[in-house]
Design a protein around this ligand. Sequence first.
Ligand code: PSV
Ligand code: MN
Length: 424
Amino acid sequence: MISEVNEVSPVEHKKHVAGLEFLKNALELSDQNFSNLVSAVQALQVAIPSWALGTGGTRFGRFPEGGEPRSLEEKIEDVGIIRNLTRATNSVSLHIPWDIPKDVAAIQQMLHARGLVIDSVNSNTFQDQAGQPLSYKFGSLCHTSDPVRNQAIQHNIEVIEHGKSLGSKVLTVWLADGSNFPGQHNFRRAFARTQKSLEQIYKAMPADWTMLVEYKPYEPSFYSMVIPDWGTSHELCKGCGDRAHVLVDLGHHLPNTNIEQIVARLLHIGRLGGFHFNGSQYGDDDLTTGAIKPFQLFLIFHELATGASDTLVKNPPVAYMIDASHNLKDPIEDLMISLENIRTAYAKALLVDIRALEQAQHDNDVVACEQILQRAFQTDVRPIVAEARIREGGALNPLESFRSKRIRTELIAKRGRKTIATGL
Ligand code: PSV
Ligand code: MN
């Protein structure tokens, strides 16, 4: 039985308290302000997608870790392990049809027992499913044929129904639709058909639901994607209505894109609905969040934090999720490191002296502006992130606990070494 209790050794705890005290003094914060900072980090919760718990792969191969979840129940079990150790996630995102629950009541009970809820439900029109009458080879919501589009629309409506039964209120749509060769698509018409299809799906959502529309510049289509950028996504959302928002996935940008500026722009127009975290060097690389560009992650959180404290910003709450697959690392370990990096970037962003920055921006003091950001970014906030975790009963060092409790070994013993999870 995997131990649920996270004991902190007295020696480690003493070191942690000393680090905390040092940081509080260095930041010259009162006990109350320091405590508020920790509470803000505690409040940041990031959903885990059901498809990220198995070992990922590329078209060249896959090297399973073993002990992978074979069912929705086992995926929830894994997210429960991550929650227990990190306290940085309280929800699971599902992909339909991979995660259709057999027994809704039992799933709800499992979630409840682990302090979890269902976050978004995600449709899948990027694959053909067994028994499906029509193929998505040439697109889904953009398809030239009415019956194919209708099949894809109906699938999304079914996804909403599954979500309703599990208490979700968010439908996420990511389309693989696009073209590989010049001339293959009439760009204008493919967009118009997609718009109409999304409007129909939007109309089928209950009044308290939100639709998130994700964009991606390339892959699987290499010449054109129907929704390649945030502007297209925004246009589609506007056409649907007030409860359709843009979803930004960190890996869905061409190298060197200024993602923090996109975040600021969407916040300004009130349409930033969701965020998928991962690490990326070239594209949808699915690396650990913050592994390659921690400064960019900090700058993104700086925009989110300043946006949240600006009364002029009327953006809805943003739904956070990790969207990565794990080719080399143990998926549970990788997800825990991502959660840690996300909270670290957020904690650093909360340290930015916003008033001083605004003054320096007003004075066009470029050096001061940059220094204010660097001061926050270079602060070692690990004690704050650890404190946020242990205040809620999490582990002082989740990774070490995962290894010393030999959790993966237990999962392999229970589920086998050669299991293959459904997912990406
Ligand atoms: C494909 O790029 C992708 O990673 C999208 O980001 C979706 O969010 C995810 O798959 C699941 O459909
Ligand atoms: Mn994504």
